[in-house]
Design a protein around this ligand. Structure first.
Ligand SMILES: Cc1cc2nc3c(=O)[nH]c(=O)nc-3n(C[C@H](O)[C@H](O)[C@H](O)COP(=O)(O)O)c2cc1C
Length: 439
């Protein structure tokens, strides 16, 4: 069969546009109502999406006065989504810096059982400086230390998931034999950060291991993705940098001894869709007018590790020198490079930069007709920029409904997207191998 697109729905607030929570067409539900997430997952499932994804941060943002930044803890939420959907993959974010590997391995193994093999874990090292203060720390764990710890964390969780063979449970009532201790092994891990005896106390899950998803984009982050990630989320504001990322990451995956098709690359795409391009642009302008530049200024500061941008005037063209260098802070390096790249190319004013980041925080935004969206997706797909997309509707659920009704059928007609689910696990949707088991 010809190569096909993979689609993930990234669920965020009432949409990915900063001002979506104020828009009359976004959901009336509160952000802590599980029915909102259930309805979105069901809509994405009706549109035959591969998966949905929930992001997470471990501290309250400081702009709660004027931004809708509340949500449900993702691992907990996936438990509810697992029982209200039947096919779609479900991906939750969890941190390697602020979790214990034993807890995380059993939570995700349990979710994989509950969902019948549809779970993915978005591995993050947590870039927000304020998170450290909620976990006994005073300052942020450095970028290098976070990845160092993350690497060992991965060794431990993989070993825990692999500590059970598929046939370790007999459940033989007549013979009086329940488990086979010879098929369940301790891991006896002793490293710089973790000491974990194992084995896990949850049997091997339907997918063997949950699908590993990652979004690191710095050099260290890409090296980590090459070793571990089976799907990679990434943010680009132009096709050329997406192509560079795609070629680099696939080469690193192969150099790490893996097949290139075992690591899908899914750039973010935030499409505003209407029957004419002018109408789509009008909708974008309408949303931009609802944004508060001071919310954007705070977000920009958080992105750059707390750097102070308060002295910059809103309406003067920016220069790259207005920003700290990427290696001068410990937050998420790659996104700051995306932002500085945009400033270098286009010299926007701060107000213009904040408006373009308000659309989808540095991901690709696009306003156009369903045909134009489908054209763009098929171009990125065939030009070596993407294996599919992390779809980030600017307004939810409205723009998801439009995408499913108008864009999905076009992709199907072009033979680029499935017309029915063929498998029942996330590994099957993504075309990923099931990891081989013990012995
Ligand atoms: C689509 C997408 C979603 C992400 N979601 C989260 C998240 O939920 N929590 C988080 O702490 N970081 C998240 N990140 C940030 C990445 O984990 C990573 O830190 C960032 O891309 C920078 O890469 P680096 O850590 O290699 O510098 C996300 C990144 C992308 C592109």
């Amino acid at each position: 069969m010809a190569r096909q697109l993979h689609l993930n729905l990234f669920i965020n607030s009432r949409g990915h546009h900063e001002a979506s929570w104020r828009h009359p067409n976004s959901t009336p539900r509160v952000m802590t109502d599980i029915r909102y997430y259930q309805e979105l997952a069901q809509k994405a499932e009706a549109g035959l999406f591969d998966s949905i994804f929930l992001a997470d941060q471990l501290a309250l943002a400081d702009d709660i006065a004027s931004a809708a930044r509340t949500w449900l803890e993702p691992i907990t939420a996936l438990g509810a989504l697992a029982v209200s959907t039947s096919h779609i993959g479900l991906i939750a974010t969890a941190s390697t810096t602020y979790t214990e590997p034993f807890n995380l391995a059993r939570q995700f193994a349990s979710l994989d059982h509950i969902s019948g093999g549809r779970i993915g874990w978005n591995i993050v090292t947590s870039w927000m400086a304020t998170a450290a203060r909620n976990f006994g720390g005073t300052g942020q764990v450095s970028h290098a230390d976070r990845y160092d710890r993350g690497e060992e964390f991965m060794q431990v969780v993989r070993a825990l998931w692999d500590s059970w063979a598929d046939d370790a449970i007999l459940d033989d009532r007549d013979g009086g034999r329940y488990g086979r201790p010879d098929r369940i092994r301790p891991i006896n891990h002793e490293g710089a950060h973790y000491r974990v005896a194992g084995p896990l106390n949850v049997p091997r899950s339907p997918q063997g291991r949950p699908v590993l998803v990652q979004a690191g984009s710095s050099d260290t982050g890409r090296a980590f993705a090459a070793r571990h990630a089976e799907a990679v989320f990434t943010a680009h504001m132009e096709k050329a940098t997406a192509q560079e990322f795609y070629a680099d990451l696939k080469a690193r995956v192969v150099a790490a001894g893996r097949r290139a098709d075992q690591a899908l690359i899914l750039p973010g795409l935030s499409p505003m869709i209407a029957s004419t391009e002018a109408e789509a642009q009008r909708l974008t302008r309408e949303l931009n007018e609802l944004t508060d530049p001071e919310v954007g200024r705070k977000r920009l500061s958080a992105r750059f590790g707390g750097h102070d941008f308060s002295h910059l005037p809103l309406d003067k063209p920016l220069r790259p020198e207005d920003f700290p260098k990427s290696d001068a802070h410990e937050a998420a390096r790659s996104r700051t490079e995306v932002i500085i790249g945009l400033v270098r190319r286009e010299q926007p004013t701060l107000r213009q930069l904040l408006a373009s980041l308000a659309g989808a925080r540095g991901h690709f935004t696009f306003a156009g007709t369903p045909e134009q969206v489908a054209d763009l997706m098929s171009e990125w797909f065939s030009d070596g920029a993407a294996d599919g997309f992390n779809v980030m509707p600017p307004i939810l659920p409205w723009m998801l409904d439009v995408f499913v009704a108008e864009v999905v059928p076009l992709l199907q007609r072009r033979g680029l997207f499935r017309t029915a689910y063929e498998g029942s696990t996330l590994r099957a949707h993504y075309g990923l191998d099931r990891p081989s088991v013990m012995r």
